[in-house]
Every structure is written in structure tokens, then in C-alpha cells.
Design a protein around this ligand. Sequence first.
Ligand SMILES: NC(=O)c1ccc[n+]([C@@H]2O[C@H](COP(=O)([O-])OP(=O)(O)OC[C@H]3O[C@@H](n4cnc5c(N)ncnc54)[C@H](O)[C@@H]3O)[C@@H](O)[C@H]2O)c1
Length: 392
Amino acid sequence: MKTQRIGIIMNGVTGRMGTNQHLNRSITAIIKQGGIRINNDLTLMPDPILTGRSESKLKPLAEQYGIEATGKPYPFTTDVQGALDGKYGNYDVFFDASGTLQRAGFIEMAVTAGKAIYCEKPTATETAEAVRLAKLVEDAGLKNGVVQDKLWLPGFRKLRMLKELGFFGDILSVRGEFGYWVFTGLDYDQPAQRPSWNYRSEDGGGMMIDMFCHWRYVIDHVFGPVRKLVAHGATDLPKRRHENGSVFDCTADDSAYAMFLLEDGTMVQFNSSWCTRVRRDDLLTVQVDGTKGSAVAGLREVFVQSAAETPKPVWNPDIPQPINFYEGWQQVPNNMVYDNAFKIQWEEFLRHVALDEPWRYSLMEGAKGVQLAELGMKSWKEQAWVEVGDLS
Ligand SMILES: NC(=O)c1ccc[n+]([C@@H]2O[C@H](COP(=O)([O-])OP(=O)(O)OC[C@H]3O[C@@H](n4cnc5c(N)ncnc54)[C@H](O)[C@@H]3O)[C@@H](O)[C@H]2O)c1
């Protein structure tokens, strides 16, 4: 049995996504499970070094997760360039979960160093920049990828399964409701639960740039190619509190309403809001209506109603509703164990890097998400439908 080391420079891991999803639930979890077992003869074992700007933030993370995974702290440094130059050992992959506006600079550094590159979405806030970065890594012949985690959520995997089984018949429409109340931090004892830059467009924030990147790959992979969209956004809450305690003016959209028309005529709608209170099954729910059946997916659970089980309601507001509509749905069973979505994508990327296995979630695919967000902003500004052209 051979264990093949795969060195990973993990940049921006002190952030929310970097710490929770990438360091803890992906790389540390993979090491703790004994690596990625390829076959009886080969296991891939990640070996991370943590990089960032603040030694005092990196050190406790390196100690906590390194000791948990290997019995000793992970190496860490504030010298990103040194790590790329091989000053602290040999590393194959550069991963970035820093802020969106920092992404280009770090990707350029990693391209010069000839690393395989994996990073968080969005890769940029403008399509031209996202395409430039994608071409930069392609032209350098480097393996590359962008996080598209929602594809591995149990809810979307079950929707794909239902679609492949032919459960829906012809899919007519898809309706997604995403969001929850993100506290402003202005009220007594109600701290905000998301980073404040999300609400400043000058810092890369905004609902469309954040969520349309996700809606793009979800729609493309689960339902089919998008051809047109119309969108409207709003900055519902004008002021929020910064991490440093000050109050700032919100400059980014914190809610966005969009209709995406697919190539085959399917209508896909997504309402996305950080100013909504949840009275539905989950923080994201997606209803798919088809000629033979419908499904409502949450992040994990999916409920279905077939044509045969569809009740026949009659409109009569003069009496209490006689039908409990929730009772007419069946829960799709969990017939397998669903691992963490980020971790599954990491494992696929590391297999792609080490073994040349197929991979489709490239920086150019990520650029399509930025394109959808930018076109959403354009549609909002112009109050018009816009075409979604091919990217190259
Ligand atoms: N895949 C998803 O579902 C998902 C969800 C949320 C955020 N994101 C993306 O992940 C990225 C990080 O978001 P977050 O919510 O973790 O934000 P965050 O503010 O919690 O973390 C940002 C990280 O970047 C670091 N950073 C900021 N400026 C830097 C600089 N100049 N040099 C080096 N490091 C710098 C910060 O120190 C921190 O470690 C964003 O691009 C965001 O769009 C993805």
C-alpha cells in the first residue's frame, strides 16, 4: 500500500468558509479518515500548510486542527510567496478562500509558481476579469477548479436522481426560495451572523454576485442550460454594523429576484434574500413541478408528490381550508450516506490533480457564475430581459 502525499497551501483559512468548510470539514476530515483511498494499492494524503496575514489567527487554527488530524500542529506562515516558492517544503496545490477581491492577486501568484489552483467562488466580480483569470490558468496548463459545493448537497443529488428516474415527466418549472434574516448588528444583543463586507459592493459583496454564481451551476447541471434572465435587486436594509463596531451604509443588494429561462423552455425562478424570515422546510427550498410529479427539496431532505397523489383543491375562502397540503407528500428515503458537499468536491479535485481523473468545475465554469451575476445586475439596471451568451 502506497500513501501519496499531496501538499496543499491553504490561503484565507481564518475566514468563515476557510475555517469551517475547507480546513475543518474537508481537509482535516479527509486526513482523519485516513486519506482518500483510491484502491488497495494507493491512498492520497493531504498535507496542508496554512497561510494568511495574521500569525495570531493562524497559530490557534494550525494547533487545533493539526493536532486533531495528525497529532501535531499544521505548519503555517504569513509568507504566502515563500510558501509558493517552496521555502517551507514542496506543495502541489494552492487553495484560496480569501475575500473575493483578493482572489485575482493570489491566483496570479499561484500561476507564476506553477501550482494547481482551487478556489472559492466567485473568482471575480466582473465576467471579463473571471474569464481573464480562467484563461491565465488554462494557458499556463495548470489544473484548476472553483468551489461548486451545492451540487453535492443531498437535496440536489436527490433531485438529480428523481430527474434521471423520470419521476417528473416533463419538467415545467422550478422555484427556489433562498434566504433567512441576517441581523444588522444594530439591535441590542442581536449580533450579525455574516461578514459585513457581504453588504458593501465596493468590497465584493451583494446577493447577486454571491448567490447567482451558485444558481448558475445548479441550473446548468441539474436542469439544463440558461438562455435568458430577468432580475431585480434591492438594498432592503440601509445600515448595518461593521465588525469594528462602526455603523456603515449598505451599498450592495441584500435581496434579488430572478427568472431564468432555460434553452428547453423551463422557467426557473430564484428569490434570494437576507431580509426574510423562514417559514418553509429549510434555508433553501426548491420546488420542481413536472407533468408526472413534483418535488420540494431542502438542503438535505426531499418530499415528492406524484400525479396519482395530487389532491383536487377547490377555491373557497369562506370555509377553513379542508386539505392539509403537507400531508400529501412522501419523504425520499436516505438510501446512502451523504458526506459533506465541500469535502466530496475536494476529494474529486485532489484525485484530478494526482491521478488526472476527469474534472469539469474549472475556473472557466466558475466564470459562468460571475457572468450570470453580472447579467442579473444589468437586467436590474436596465429593467429588461438579457440573453446569456456563451463564454470563451
Ligand atoms: N461556497 C460557498 O457557499 C460560499 C459561502 C460563503 C462565502 N463564499 C466565498 O468565500 C470567500 C470567503 O468568504 P467568507 O464568508 O469566508 O469571508 P470572511 O470575511 O469570513 O473571510 C475572508 C478571509 O479572507 C482573508 N482576507 C481578507 N483580505 C485579505 C487580504 N488582503 N489578504 C489575505 N487574506 C485576506 C480574511 O482574513 C479571511 O481569512 C468569498 O469569496 C465568498 O464569496 C463561498
